[in-house]
Design a protein around this ligand. Structure first.
Ligand code: GLU
Length: 502
């Protein structure tokens, strides 16, 4: 049996980062097992449809490198399946269940259902729902005569189709991650399968599609676990073999207690969506991992570890390595803490792995770098940043002559020796005519300090202060090479002129 999995998002807004993890695990599992990965857009709820959401999903998957093998929607062989385009087909399956006595027509209005709920709540019932007991007091094809039902339908009266749950049984299935799940059918309600607008509900469409598309493994978020018993029952009612289920652990708040929410992300100052998203109705912009400067490889690596681990010490994984190492058995049940510092750590590692050229290409350049050598700036800064865009902001000292000098460093390091050595350095630089590289900058500095009898190590920080205004920063000699000899001389002369003379 060859593996077939699907990612089945609903286009109700931007795909959550947890959805990207679900897609990733499906993809890794499919690739590991030489199977196929399908994309199915579950757009049967027209009230919740958000324009642009499908494009967003496609773009997000593409960005992280998840390839879709199959779909037959409008737009070519690789366009996703869309349930709205399969609408007509679902009805026949609902009718099949009606004909076999496993589903029924219900004509109740929203008010009648509300009144039933109220009645039950007032009577102190455990669960006020449409089920094996209450359905006998409602307006449906179980309580009306066949003629009445036929005439209502012929009349165009609105109706839904509900599943007829047989309450006297245990529903059991083995989830790959959570082991045996057992639920008593009496706790389930007679869920709507076909809505009055003729659209299937999520439950019906999901089961019919998973069956018709030959899905072997349903890998999805834990929030769908409560629906799984109903799905298992539907497979039984249709007489179909159910796929295997794997419900992925929840994503937890950074502190680890409770489900990760948009609010946690806002408070923590991190994104919760893969790409930036502009809400089409309000114009509100939500930040994205991509736009915040996370590299896709870092995001993939981070997401892979949210609920799974390889069982070894290795942390850095390319997509191919993940495919090799992945198994559903190594996914844990416990929720996964969304530790954004880990995502940042991965980002730093992947930034270091990029070549200076690749990193330089990803930067949005204004006229900030003046005529300075961008590749050298990238090289100077890349070990010190978490996000690419920090390269230019952290290197801002290169673009402007210092106007302020770190006071504590002035107080502790700007002394007679420093002034003597720096003045000597300026003299020597003025007469030097060769190429000015980090190594030469250093050699001239060492020689100048020695000439005036000062230990170079003791006045190093003062040199940095004079050249950059700060007491700490990246490799000073390389920074001076980037600045160029004339600029270095100008900066040192300025510091000598305006800093206090002890
Ligand atoms: N459409 C559901 C969602 O939005 C799919 C759940 C499933 O994978 O069965 O997540």
């Amino acid at each position: 049996m060859s593996v077939r999995v699907r990612f089945a998002p609903s286009p109700t807004g931007p795909l959550h980062i947890g959805g990207v993890r679900t897609a990733l695990y499906n993809y890794l599992f499919a690739r590991k097992n030489g199977g196929k990965m399908l994309l199915r857009i579950e757009d049967t709820d027209q009230n919740r449809y958000v324009p642009g959401a499908e494009d967003y999903i496609l773009e997000a998957l593409k960005w992280v490198g998840i390839e879709i093998d199959e779909g037959q929607g409008v737009g070519g062989p690789h366009a996703p399946y869309r349930q709205s385009e399969r609408k007509e087909m679902y009805r026949q399956y609902a009718e099949q269940l009606i004909n076999s006595g496993k589903a029924y027509y219900a004509f109740d209005t929203a008010e009648e259902i509300e009144a039933m709920r109220k009645r039950l709540e007032e009577a102190g019932a455990d669960a006020a729902q449409y089920n094996a007991i209450t359905r006998l007091q409602m307006t449906n094809s179980l309580t009306l005569s066949a003629e009445e039902v036929a005439s209502r339908i012929a009349n165009g009266d609105p109706y839904v189709v509900r599943i007829k749950i047989d309450p006297k049984q245990d529903i059991r299935f083995k989830d790959i991650i959570r082991e045996w799940v057992v639920v008593h059918a009496s706790t389930l309600d007679d869920k709507v399968l076909l809505k009055s607008d003729g659209m299937p509900t999520y439950h019906l469409a999901n089961i019919v599609d998973d069956h018709l598309m030959g899905i072997t493994h349903v890998i999805r978020g834990e929030e769908w676990l409560p629906s799984a018993p109903l799905h298992v029952l539907l497979y039984q009612y249709f007489g179909w073999t159910a796929p295997q289920f794997a419900h992925l652990p929840l994503l937890l708040k950074p502190e680890g207690n409770g489900k990760l929410s948009k609010r946690d992300a806002d408070l923590g100052g991190f994104p919760i969506f893969p790409l930036q998203w502009t809400d089409p109705s309000t114009g509100t912009v939500a930040r994205g991992f991509r736009e915040d400067g996370y590299l896709k490889d870092a995001v993939v690596n981070f997401l892979a570890f949210l609920g799974w681990n390889p069982g070894t010490e290795q942390e850095m994984f390319t997509m191919d390595e993940l495919i090799q190492a992945f198994s559903l058995e190594r996914i844990h049940k416990a929720g996964a803490r969304f530790d954004i510092t880990k995502a940042k750590w991965f980002n730093q590692q992947y930034i270091k792995q990029l070549s200076d050229e690749e990193l330089a290409k990803s930067l949005q350049l204004g006229d900030t770098t003046k005529s300075l050598d961008l590749l050298k700036i990238v090289h100077l800064m890349k070990d010190r940043v978490t996000f690419p865009q920090e390269i230019l902001s952290e290197a801002s000292f290169l673009f402007e002559m210092p106007t302020e000098y770190e006071e504590a460093v002035v107080a502790s390091k700007w002394n007679a020796d420093a002034i003597k050595a720096i003045a000597a350095y300026v003299e020597d630089l003025n007469v030097y005519e060769g190429e000015f590289l980090a190594d030469t900058a250093k050699a001239i500095w060492a020689a100048a300090a020695e000439r005036v009898g000062v230990k170079m190590g003791k006045v190093m920080q003062a040199l940095r202060l004079a050249a950059t205004g700060a007491g700490h920063g990246p490799d000073l000699m390389l920074a001076m090479e980037i600045l160029g000899k004339e600029e270095v001389i100008a900066r040192l002369e300025k510091a000598l002129a305006i800093l206090p003379k002890p």
